[in-house]
Design a protein around this ligand. Structure first.
Ligand SMILES: Nc1ncnc2c1ncn2[C@@H]1O[C@H](COP(=O)(O)OP(=O)(O)OP(=O)(O)O)[C@@H](O)[C@H]1O
Ligand SMILES: [Mg+2]
Length: 222
């Protein structure tokens, strides 16, 4: 079991009324597994992913990666885990404006140095997501879907053990979305676990399992 969450919950307040954005969710993901999560807007999907990637601490429950519990890791160790073993494609696009597409793609490696030169790999990933020709452009000149593809390439740069993606094809046309999905499928065949929030029915047909989030609870799709 690579990532395991046990009964995790997160409570928020709306006005002065508390509610569970995530309510006792358990989930485990193995290497090479491709899991989709579907669910209505506001059902708690992003909140769940933020906890699974260690950006947000659950109020209760446990999360462990390769048997190491998140609550035993310091901020630096969690951030190292997030930047080396996990790839998180967030719902916002999160590119830095003053860096080129290529520099944005290489960014995690620049912060968490490894021996080899990431540039060739970054270029080949930009090629796989269809924006190699934009490598030297600044984000201000890119479309929403192109920016989205920068964050996909960036998340794959470190060959993560687990790719977590929050509606990664939401702002892409059908053809580009299909290319990204087949990229994810092949990434899973190569051994990376993929956990993806999506509304795309084509994605769920490619997945090994589809789970449904409803009012903070997660269940198997019937
Ligand atoms: N920081 C916060 N403080 C208070 N409430 C929050 C906070 N973040 C999210 N919420 C609420 O928690 C619920 C779950 O939000 P979340 O972003 O996880 O939903 P989602 O399923 O990702 O929705 P979408 O499909 O629209 O992205 C929503 O009702 C949202 O308004
Ligand atoms: Mg969301």
């Amino acid at each position: 079991m690579m990532l395991e969450a046990l009964e995790i919950s997160k409570e928020y307040k709306r006005g002065d009324r508390p509610f569970f954005a995530v309510d006792g969710v358990s989930l485990s993901i193995d290497k090479g597994e491709f899991i989709c999560i579907v669910g209505r807007s506001g059902s708690g999907k992003t909140t769940l992913l933020n906890m699974l990637t260690g950006l947000l601490t659950p109020d209760s429950g446990k999360i462990a990666f390769d048997g190491v519990a998140y609550d035993r890791l310091g901020d630096d160790e969690l951030s190292l885990l997030r930047n080396t073993r996990l790839g998180y494609i967030m719902q916002g696009r999160g590119v830095l404006r003053n860096f080129t597409v290529l520099q944005n793609t290489i960014l995690p490696r620049a912060l968490f140095k490894r021996a080899e030169d990431p540039e060739a790999k970054a270029i080949s990933l930009l090629d796989r997501v269809g924006i190699r020709h934009l490598a030297d452009q600044l984000p201000a000149r890119l479309s929403g879907g192109e920016l989205r593809r920068v964050s996909i390439a960036r998340a794959l740069l470190s060959t993560p053990d687990l790719l977590i993606a929050d509606e990664p094809t939401g702002d892409l046309d059908e053809e580009t979305a299909a290319e990204i999905l087949s990229l994810f499928r092949s990434v899973a065949e190569e051994g990376t676990g993929v956990l993806m929030v999506t509304h795309d029915l084509d994605a769920t047909s490619l997945a090994d399992r589809t789970l449904v989030m409803q009012s903070g609870r997660l269940r198997e799709r019937a």
